[in-house]
Design a protein around this ligand. Structure first.
Ligand SMILES: [Zn+2]
Length: 410
């Protein structure tokens, strides 16, 4: 088989296109393949698809293709242009790449698969791409996926804020709680941030939303009130966020107590942060002995921890009436704990009590919020050093958007 014929098969090139020349550069580690079309071929106008004779050709362009046995492979061609009576002189669509792309469809599909599995630095190293090319490929994939995604409101919505960079730089993440996918990302964590999502939805879609899980954060609650009918019944201050506040309170108590003990030369609480903030059943066994002993000491931290752990049962009841009972007992305990951070959180929950208890009407899982939260943390770590809000958003959509990212051949 002639190498031109071999490459015609390898590249999946079919009539009217044919491989005219193949050059192997051993030193440069590359294979260059030139593709031309048969003389007299007629091509479709990209706008109206009427078939026309070739008017002229563009300068030669090249596309990165899948490697041939580790050799970076490039496809070269002059794209034909047609002169349509209605649309003027236009470049025709070539079958191996999307318009404006510098990669063939097959290469782009592979790159997306690799980028899904690795961080951007690793994927670029494997694929022989520059950092900018890697990001550009991801941006294009995300744009493609967002365009294809139907306008459809999830029945159960989750809203969360995430730090996007240093300091007070936040983004708002709107997710589909049942699918576990990110639907929308807005800058900041204002009422307008969530408004921007609701504004993408027609009234019929807004009406589909039955519940919105949010943190006890007025700007988000106000946005829900402004956009959804019967909002008070739909707002759920969910377990993930409520427990987040409680855990922070425990940690505040621990920090203050550790500081005070340390001043007296006692390093008892050094390196124990993780034990107090992790849910009891998730704490690895190796901590059992030390943590068991710590927990039984007369510490403010152990008192705060016990109150935190007891709050978690609130969501385990089958009947709301039992949860109400639990709450009353818990609230009394928490507010009599003489631990200021704990008392403050208890009062915050009380102010939002109806929304917290709305859980029993909707039974929204917290697993999605937890899952998305930890995956976004991982994306943040991967993107470190190159942290830029737009890249961060692109990566979230790419990994968590549930989007159809692949290009399609013409
Ligand atoms: Zn036309």
């Amino acid at each position: 088989m002639e190498d031109t014929d071999l490459y015609r098969h390898l590249l999946g090139i079919s009539a009217p296109w044919e491989v005219s020349r193949v050059e192997l550069c051993v030193k440069g580690g590359s294979v260059d393949v030139w593709v031309t079309h048969a003389k007299g071929t007629r091509f479709a106008c990209p706008e109206c698809e009427s078939t026309l004779a070739v008017y002229d050709h563009t300068d030669e362009r090249s596309w990165r293709h899948l490697d041939s046995c580790q050799f970076a492979t490039f496809l070269h061609a002059k794209a034909p242009r047609v002169n349509c009576a209605e649309h003027g002189v236009r470049q025709v669509v070539v079958p191996w790449a999307e318009p404006m792309s510098r990669f063939t469809v097959l290469f782009e599909r592979l790159a997306i698969d690799v980028l899904k599995e690795c961080d951007v630095v690793g994927a670029c190293r494997i694929l022989g791409l520059s950092w900018d090319e890697g990001w550009h490929l991801m941006e294009r994939a995300v744009a493609r996926g967002l365009l294809r995604r139907p306008v459809e409101a999830p029945v159960h919505l989750g809203v969360d804020e995430k730090a996007a960079g240093r300091g007070q730089d936040y983004i708002t993440i709107v997710s589909d709680v049942d699918q576990g996918t990110v639907r929308f990302i807005a800058d900041e964590r204002k009422e307008a941030s969530l408004d921007a999502y609701f504004d993408t939805l027609p009234a019929a879609e807004l009406a589909r939303i039955e519940a919105v899980a949010i943190d006890m954060w007025e700007p988000y609650a106000n946005s829900v009130r402004a956009h959804l009918a019967d909002a008070e019944k739909k707002i759920v201050f969910d377990r993930f966020h409520v427990m987040g506040h409680m855990t922070t309170a425990v940690d505040t108590v621990r920090k203050a107590e550790h500081r005070r003990l340390k001043e007296g030369g006692d390093n008892l609480l050094a390196g124990t942060k993780y034990m107090w903030i992790t849910s009891a059943e998730n704490l690895p066994e190796r901590h059992d002995e030390r943590f068991g002993a710590l927990r039984n000491l007369e510490l403010k931290t152990s008192r705060a921890w016990a109150i935190k752990e007891d709050l978690r049962y609130l969501w385990d009841y089958k009947m709301r009436a039992w949860a109400d009972k639990h709450w009353k007992r818990w609230y009394f305990w928490a507010t009599h704990s003489r631990l200021k951070p704990v008392i403050e959180v208890a009062r915050m929950i009380k102010r939002h009590y109806d929304g917290v208890m709305a859980f029993f009407a909707h039974r929204l899982t917290s697993a999605t919020a937890e899952g998305i939260n930890s995956r976004i943390q991982a994306i943040r770590v991967q993107a470190r050093g190159y942290r830029n809000r737009e890249n961060f958003k692109t990566a979230i959509y790419f990994h968590l958007g549930g989007l159809d990212l692949y290009p399609t051949a013409a």
